[in-house]
Design a protein around this ligand. Structure first.
Ligand code: DCP
Ligand code: CA
Ligand code: CA
Length: 370
């Protein structure tokens, strides 16, 4: 069997890069994407920023007000989050990525693991060529840069993609693991948060190298069996987590309780729309379409009723799902003159994930072989 080879892709300053592409004139300026809380004009936190803004210490999680102070001397651009834009770009990029591997696992809006063991035939050289092709394809089709890590497992691939940002590519072969990990800080290991870091610092462990010198028994005593073992192996660059193809769920639903029991359509519709919105976010996150929309009505006597309809074609947009849910609710209320609703819900079924099924790696391997 060919040795395992995993590619981890992480898109660079993702939300801010999407904004730059939507409006190229802001590209040279510091760009800050904000989550406004709405309490006062500037209250809220930074979602992300481009690398120009990062030069001023502006990064995810800091207060918008702090960012404004730090960028006061610049012509920085502050923008509200535009989730639907980032979702649709992410979705198109994930579709590109799926074509380059045997197994695919998306782990967030801007990250994915690709198991390329087979289509690279275990060769780092071929994996590197695949990495370069991925970068080229994403740049050509979406004008987005990414950072790539290539390694024998997910843990190292993730650390490698983080190693050189933005627009980097880092390869860690089995022989290079020790040198690669040596001087990195323990908090680089995914899963090592503030608490674990603090405990390790208390025993003078700051680097992964220092971590690797701790006895496994001591680690298990400090962190429990599971985390202790994970840390012991991680310090050695060992990880055998497979790249999981996420299974397609059969349905997604959202249910909410009404302020008071009612059959007044105007007071139920806003609740239903909010639920539809949250459901559509999940649907888009999962890159799925649905074929049917249902509403769930839980009456004041706790009886549960549902009404469903099949869509003309699969959809995942808010308008289609919201309009169909509203229509179903109207029909339900009209057809049940005695009913008073206590809770209401929306559900989608017939889920499918479009595209990504056509694999081009066979063509690709042929091209590499030539
Ligand atoms: N994000 C957010 N709030 C956070 C962290 C991230 O809203 N605290 C969002 C915005 C990011 C996206 O998730 O663009 C991806 O997160 P990353 O941690 O990968 O950060 P970036 O892609 O922005 O930057 P980098 O180039 O460092 O990967
Ligand atoms: Ca990123
Ligand atoms: Ca990320």
């Amino acid at each position: 069997m060919a040795q395992r080879l995993i590619i981890h892709v992480d898109l660079d300053y993702f939300y801010a890069q999407c904004e730059e592409n939507a409006n190229p004139s802001i590209r040279a300026k510091p760009v800050v994407v904000c989550v406004y809380s709405g309490r006062t004009l500037d209250s809220g936190v930074v979602s992300t920023s481009n690398y120009e803004a990062r030069k001023y210490g502006v990064k995810a999680g800091i207060a918008i007000l702090t960012a404004k102070k730090q960028l006061a001397s610049t012509d920085a651009i502050f923008l509200p989050m535009n989730r639907p834009l980032y979702h649709s770009i992410s979705e198109r990029i994930m579709t590109i990525l799926r074509e380059y591997c045997d197994l695919f696992e998306r782990t967030s809006i801007d990250e994915a693991y690709l198991d390329v063991s087979e289509n690279s035939t275990g060769s780092y050289e071929t994996a590197e060529t695949i990495g370069r092709s991925i970068k080229k394809a994403i740049l050509r089709q979406e004008q987005i840069t990414c950072s790539i890590g290539i390694a024998p497992n997910k843990l190292l691939a993730k650390l490698a993609s983080d190693h050189m940002k933005p627009n980097g590519m880092t390869i860690v072969t089995a022989e290079q693991i020790h040198r690669f990990l040596n001087n990195q800080e323990v908090n680089r290991i995914p899963g090592v948060g503030k608490k674990v870091e603090e405990k390790l610092h208390n025993c003078n462990v700051k680097t992964i190298d220092e971590l690797s010198r701790l006895n496994p028994i001591v680690l298990q005593e400090m962190f429990g069996r599971k985390l202790g073992t994970f840390l012991y192996l991680a310090a050695r660059g060992e990880d055998d987590e497979p790249v999981h193809e996420k299974e397609i769920p059969t349905q997604i639903s959202r249910i909410g309780t009404l302020k008071e029991n009612t059959r007044d359509i105007d007071s139920i519709l806003p609740v239903l729309s909010e639920l539809a919105k949250s459901l559509v976010e999940k649907l888009q996150d999962e890159q799925m379409n649905c074929k049917s929309v249902s509403i769930i009505a839980i009456l004041s006597n706790l009886a549960i009723h549902t009404r469903s309809r099949t869509l003309e074609s699969s959809a995942k947009d808010l308008r289609t799902i919201d309009e169909n849910a509203q229509q179903l609710l109207r029909e339900f209320i009209e057809s049940t003159p005695q009913s008073t609703l206590r809770r209401v819900g929306v559900k989608v079924t017939g889920l499918s994930r479009p595209s990504g099924q056509t694999k081009i790696q066979s063509f690709f391997s042929a091209e590499v072989a030539r």
